[in-house]
Structure formats: C-alpha cells, structure tokens
Design a protein around this ligand. Structure first.
Ligand SMILES: Nc1ncnc2c1ncn2[C@@H]1O[C@H](COP(=O)(O)OP(=O)(O)O)[C@@H](O)[C@H]1O
Ligand SMILES: [Mg+2]
Length: 336
C-alpha cells in the first residue's frame, strides 16, 4: 500500500501560536482522510503546507511521491486545492474560470471545455454559468472554486472545509463528485468541523487540536468511542430526573450527563430508536413521564471532550484503532 500523502513531524509557528505541533499523517492512495478539528486547530495550516503554499518550520512531507519543499512545481500539477475561502476570478464567468483552470492544467481546449460544461451542470450552475462571478452568492462562488479544484481529476485533492456555507443540494453534488473521483483513484484530504461529514466521506479520520493529533481511526472506531447517538430527556421535576437516571443507566454507552437546572438527562446510546422506545416504556412503567424526549447526534464539542479525555495536551496522540493498526498500514475500506 503506497501512501499518497505523508507528513512527518510538521511544525509551524505564527508569532506565539504553535499552529502545527509535530503533526504526522499517512494517507493511502485512493482513500479519503478526514481531518477533523475545531476552529484554529491547524487544519488550514496543514493543507497549506501539503499543497506547497507554506513552508513548515520543521518536519517533512511528501505528496504523490514528491517532496513538498523540493518538488513544488511538479507537485502543483498533480494536486487540486479548494481553500477555505473561494479563490476565483471575479471578472470572469463561471464557465470562463473553469475553462481557464482546465487549460492551466494542460487539459487541452476540447477537454477543458467539455469538462467545464459537465461540472457546471453537476454543481447546479448551468443556468448562471455565463454571468460574471462577481454577482454570485457565497455558496455559488464556493461551487465554482470546487469545480476548478476537481476539473483535472487531480491525483491528490485537498478540500478545506468544502461544504461550509453550501446548501443541501450543492453539498450532495459535491459529495457525489468526491465519491466519483476517489473511485477513479484520487486521494483526498478533506478538512471539516463536522463529524457527520467526516463520517460520511472518510475512510479514516484524524482528529486534530492545537496542531497535534488527538485521535485517529475509521469513522466506526471513532463513533464507537464517542457513542453513536444521544438520548435526550427532559423531566418534570428534579425527583423525576434522578428517578429516570436510575431507571435508564443501563442503556448508557458512556457517561450520562444530568442537568438539574434544565431537568435534562443526556444518555449516549447505541441503537437510538430502540433505546428511545425502551426508555419511554421503562419510565412509563414507573409513572415517570418525560415532558420531552428526542435523539440527536453527538455534537463536535461532546466528541472532542471524549476524544481528548485522558490524552491531555502534552500526552502523545492516542490511536483510536483498537487493533493497534496504524493509518499507513490500513487497507482501503472504500466509501460508504
Ligand atoms: N498567517 C497566519 N498568521 C498568524 N496566525 C495564523 C496564521 N495562520 C494561522 N494562524 C493561527 O494558527 C492557528 C491554526 O490556524 P488554522 O490552521 O487556520 O486553523 P483551522 O484551519 O483548523 O481553523 C490559529 O490559532 C490561527 O490563528
Ligand atoms: Mg481553516
């Protein structure tokens, strides 16, 4: 298994901020790595180093077999990048932007044109494609920028928070294109603040905070640690709250949170719908009626609390993988 992206001990400081603090990555060819982390955790800095836009203070990185510090020019032809903020030519139309980028990648005019038309349709820009980008909404610009990043079917694609600000339809269109590219053998590094997005698209997820890795593993391994869903119950009184907690403790797949002020109980559960029904029945049998009940996915905050627990900021990264298998040796698992 060859790795399309390798990073070893990357560090980068901006003034007093340690943006990258010894970051390692290994992304097998043809797979999707989700880089998940809160604002300011070092995701964009990582992408900028790997796409040759920024020099690290120390460490090494290779992308598509090329050294990011020594083979910048060659490397740039092999990668596609869509940054966190859309970078498109305002005075050109969407179609002109795409055709230009296609030619810069040496696609040849007929192929650049054909591929531009195809992507404009896919990203729902067909009817707007011949207007200058400066009149576009933020979401539309984002779509043009993304189309530019994938036009040449790059070997390695970097997408930095690609769906931030996109509507549901464009998000789905982007996900479809991503799945297709990866099916054709591209490798993708995708940064996101959304656990759900990382879960949906990634073969493996690396969780970063303060420029270092705090967890890594397959989405299933991470979810098993975070708990798949939260059962949230609101009770009528504090007495009911404690009674409910006693009755439902056995459903918990992790730490139960009791909020006396809100009279709320949050229980991580495995099978959400089944747990909800079981909980309501158990409460009903004891005449402890909840005034509110629902299921929700864990928030990123909850995920981070759990994933950072015990690891501390000074501790070495804790691999999530229970088999002890590292990223670099993992087989390709395909997209779900
Ligand atoms: N050019 C820069 N100058 C100063 N500080 C920066 C610069 N780029 C990033 N940082 C800081 O480095 C940290 C990591 O930033 P970034 O990689 O953009 O995080 P993320 O993309 O995960 O939100 C943040 O604290 C950010 O403020
Ligand atoms: Mg960023």
């Amino acid at each position: 298994m060859t790795n399309a992206i390798i990073a070893e001990g990357l560090t980068r400081r901006f003034g007093s901020t340690q943006a990258l603090d010894g970051l390692d990555l290994a992304v097998p060819e043809g797979s999707v790595m989700g880089l998940l982390g809160p604002n300011g955790s070092g995701k964009t800095t990582t992408v900028r180093v790997l796409s040759t836009l920024l020099r690290p203070d120390s460490g090494r990185a290779f992308v598509a077999g090329l050294d990011v510090l020594k083979d910048m020019v060659k490397l740039r032809r092999k990668i596609g990048l869509s940054g966190q903020y859309a970078a498109v030519d305002e005075d050109l139309t969407a179609r002109e932007n795409l055709r230009m980028v296609g030619k810069l990648y040496h696609l040849g005019t007929p192929e650049a044109n054909r591929r531009s038309d195809e992507l404009l349709e896919r990203f729902g820009l067909g009817s707007e494609a011949d207007r200058p980008v400066k009149g576009y909404s933020g979401g539309m610009r984002r779509r043009v920028d993304l189309a530019c990043a994938v036009i040449a079917r790059p070997e390695v694609l970097f997408l930095d928070e690609p769906t931030t600000g996109l509507d549901v339809r464009s998000r789905q269109a982007l996900w479809d294109v991503i799945v297709e590219l990866v099916g054709e053998g591209s490798t993708l590094l995708l940064t996101t603040q959304y656990l759900e997005e990382a879960d949906k698209l990634s073969d493996r997820i690396t969780v970063v905070d303060h420029g270092r890795i705090i967890a890594e593993g397959t989405p299933d391994q991470l979810k098993a640690r975070v708990g798949s869903e939260r059962l949230e119950l609101t009770l009528a009184s504090v007495e009911d709250l404690h009674a409910a907690r006693r009755l439902l403790d056995r459903l918990a797949q992790g730490e139960v949170v009791t909020d006396e002020e809100e009279k709320q109980l949050v229980i991580p559960v495995e099978d959400g719908p089944e747990a909800l029904v079981t909980a309501i029945r158990a409460l009903d049998a004891e005449d402890v009626g909840p005034v509110g009940a629902g299921l929700r996915r864990p928030t990123l905050d909850e995920a981070f609390l759990i994933l950072t627990e015990g690891s501390g900021t000074a501790a070495p990264p804790e691999p999530v993988d229970t088999t002890g298998e590292r990223v670099g040796t993992a087989g390709k698992e395909g997209l779900r």
